[in-house]
Write a protein that binds this ligand. Structure first.
Ligand SMILES: [Zn+2]
Length: 649
């Protein structure tokens, strides 16, 4: 790791410090890896960055500065790979700048956290506010072999807690000069310091997917190097079992981490989580829908659910951030929240088992949302309760038995004489009359066929239902699927087989990093004291982690300012356009299969005088492979013989 770092000169901030490259290092594969959270334009406001001079938060100013920094971070001597987070204004700022540098870009857009169509078609809503994580590399030096998009919301299929709208992106690159293959992953984990468990599981999910991804490029004599970098929103944890330890130590204690988060999540925020959860996952849940979901709300009512709609006043309340009436109502009335707002669901007071759905309109989306909601909460449809709830207000429809009341309804022309029996919504404020009419064009007929259609499509997609079809006897339906087991504490997922094993991970005493141990290119406390600096926070959140397999060496790192004075306390400044600093490391790699303790590399890094140890090696010829196999078999036989000998003895 780097031994000497000179602080950034202030006020002219950094980056004219050249990368120091050890002239004695003859390793054939070298590169500069740079990570930087550039601070999204949509997050950069005077209120989000108190203490910073507002003129330096303006888009025009920052656009130019960011372009400038990107150009200056590029090394003249070595290929420089960029991993950036919080990238918005992609076309105006990034795409152009990298095109000028002759770079290729691979990125992942932040999803909106849509449960029902996560990987296939992330919602197109609010494209301007969706930032991305991005990897850019010189296209004349690297060939892009494959990309991987990682939607960390996949962890949230079972627990709402993990729905944080975070993403990571990875590429497999081949160095055209040395044929070395790299898997580079750019991550941006959840920000909230009190949700360590979320970040740890996000990390676990990333490495488990990366392991699978990189193993497809692993072939004999051509080891794949994995580099994971970005904004981990985690401080060095000093053996505390958190995200940093997970990478540097190769494992973490999920149970301990969860214990640290437990109070916060279950007791303080979700006082009633148990009862609310079990209410919501009972087979006839009660819902409250945000005010945009009028149509879905009516459909739920048609299907006999107790569904409430957020009022305009309640909506205004939450937008003006005076408490959150809809949350209070969830708790008071024991209702599960259904919303299109990922922002709402991300608020820390949000009650459990809330359900987020896609925002783009159209009845097919609403229908998909309905089906996913039913499956997600493991609902059992009860045809005998269909058409028993007032679609206007959610009240119960009851038969009117008082002849006086029937007479009154006829007199006031609220119901025709032929309407027998006559029904009415039991809510006094509503009082809507209902009666049956088998004619298809009548409102009752239309409601019935609407209901039948929804019922059929739900069943086709695997929603369970009770056998007594009541009014809907004779309707063609697929057979009911077998009922999955229900754990009262958890919301059952619809497709457990394809979900990450969140429960297992959360309960493992030792959560192993699938990609092994990593080196942190910067030594916390020595090379870096902080990478993020605002009025309220100063700490190290960004890292470059390189797989610690004995083949990689950190030759040098870009010096960072180490003391507060050097940055005048708060970022962004007139010199620096983000609240994060960039990390940049010069890495060199051995080719082939050497490891620490290799006799050819005494001292774990020296080379033979003729460099025979580190000359680029291609795949061994078939003949060589046959020889190797013979050798291996011989050794194996000898070993077995020895063991047998031991047993006898
Ligand atoms: Zn009503």
């Amino acid at each position: 790791m780097s031994s000497s770092t000179t602080p950034w000169p202030s006020p002219t901030l950094p980056l004219h410090a050249p990368y120091v490259i050890d002239p004695k290092s003859h390793r054939p594969t070298k590169l500069i890896l740079t990570t930087w959270n550039t601070l999204a334009f949509s997050y950069c406001t005077p209120s989000s960055h108190p203490g910073a001079d507002p003129q330096f938060l303006k888009d025009d100013y920052r656009e130019e500065k960011i372009k400038n920094v990107l150009r200056r971070l590029k090394s003249d001597d070595l290929p420089t790979i960029y991993c950036l987070q919080e990238v918005d204004k992609y076309d105006e700022v990034y795409s152009k700048t990298f095109a000028e540098m002759n770079y290729e870009i691979s990125y992942s857009l932040r999803s909106t956290g849509v449960i029902n169509s996560t990987s296939k078609s992330p919602s197109k809503a609010d494209p301007s506010t969706r930032d991305r994580v991005l990897i850019a590399f010189p296209q004349d030096r690297y060939t892009l072999l494959k990309r991987l998009h990682l939607n960390l919301d996949n962890l949230g299929l079972k627990y709402k807690k993990f729905l944080r709208n975070n993403i990571a992106t990875a590429v497999a690159l081949k160095d055209v000069e040395t044929s070395k293959i790299f898997v580079i992953c750019c991550v941006h984990l959840y920000w909230n310091p009190r949700f360590e468990d979320v970040k740890l599981l996000q990390s676990k999910y990333i490495v488990s997917r990366l392991k699978e991804f990189s193993s497809s490029f692993d072939s004999y004599g051509n080891m794949v190097e994995t580099i994971i970098t970005g904004d981990f929103n985690s401080m060095p944890t000093d053996g505390n079992g958190g995200v940093y330890d997970f990478f540097v130590g190769g494992e973490a204690d999920a149970v301990r981490v969860r214990e640290r988060c437990y109070d916060y999540f279950y007791d303080k925020v979700d006082e009633c989580s148990d009862s609310l959860n079990s209410m919501i996952i009972s087979s006839s849940p009660r819902y409250i829908l945000d005010f945009t979901l009028n149509r879905l709300c009516r459909w739920l009512r048609l299907l006999g659910f107790d569904a409430a709609l957020e009022t305009e006043e309640e909506e205004r309340g939450r937008c003006e951030r005076r408490g959150c009436p809809i949350f209070e109502r969830c708790r008071r009335e024991r209702r599960g929240l259904v919303t299109t707002s990922s922002r709402l669901i991300g608020r820390k007071e949000c009650p459990p088992a809330a359900f987020l759905i896609g925002t783009s309109g159209g009845s097919s989306t609403v229908e998909k949302s309905l089906i996913n909601l039913m499956k997600f909460h493991n609902v059992i449809l009860r045809p005998t309760t269909f058409l028993t709830i007032c679609v206007k207000c959610g009240g119960k429809i009851v038969e009117i038995t008082s002849s006086n009341e029937i007479k009154k309804a006829h007199e006031m022309k609220l119901a025709p004489e032929s309407a027998k029996p006559l029904f009415k919504c039991d809510k006094e404020s509503c009082g809507q009359f209902y009666w049956w009419n088998e004619r298809e064009s009548s409102s009752a007929g239309r409601a019935k066929s609407m209901c039948a259609g929804l019922f059929q499509r739900c069943v086709k997609e695997g929603v369970r239902y009770e056998e007594d079809l009541g009014l809907f006897k004779g309707l063609e339906l697929d057979p009911p699927p077998k009922s999955p087991s229900v754990d009262s504490r958890k919301i059952p997922a619809t497709d457990v087989a394809t979900d990450p094993p969140v429960d297992t991970w959360l309960n493992s005493t030792s959560l192993i990093n699938d990609c092994g141990k990593f080196l942190s290119a910067y030594n916390p406390g020595t090379d870096v004291n902080f990478t993020n600096l605002t009025r309220d926070f100063r700490g190290c959140l960004d890292y470059i982690f390189v797989q610690d397999d004995g083949r990689v060496r950190v030759e040098s790192v870009l010096p960072l300012p180490l003391t507060l004075e050097e940055t005048r306390g708060v970022l962004p400044t007139g010199e620096w356009p983000s609240d994060h600093l960039p990390l940049s490391a010069c890495l060199s790699f051995e080719d082939g299969e050497h490891a620490h303790g290799d006799p050819e590399h005494p001292g774990g890094g020296g080379h033979k005088a003729d460099m025979s140890c580190c000359r680029p090696k291609g795949l061994p010829s078939l003949f060589e492979m046959a020889e190797m196999r013979k050798e291996w078999l011989k050794k194996q036989k000898k070993k077995e013989a020895e063991e047998k000998e031991k047993e006898k003895g």
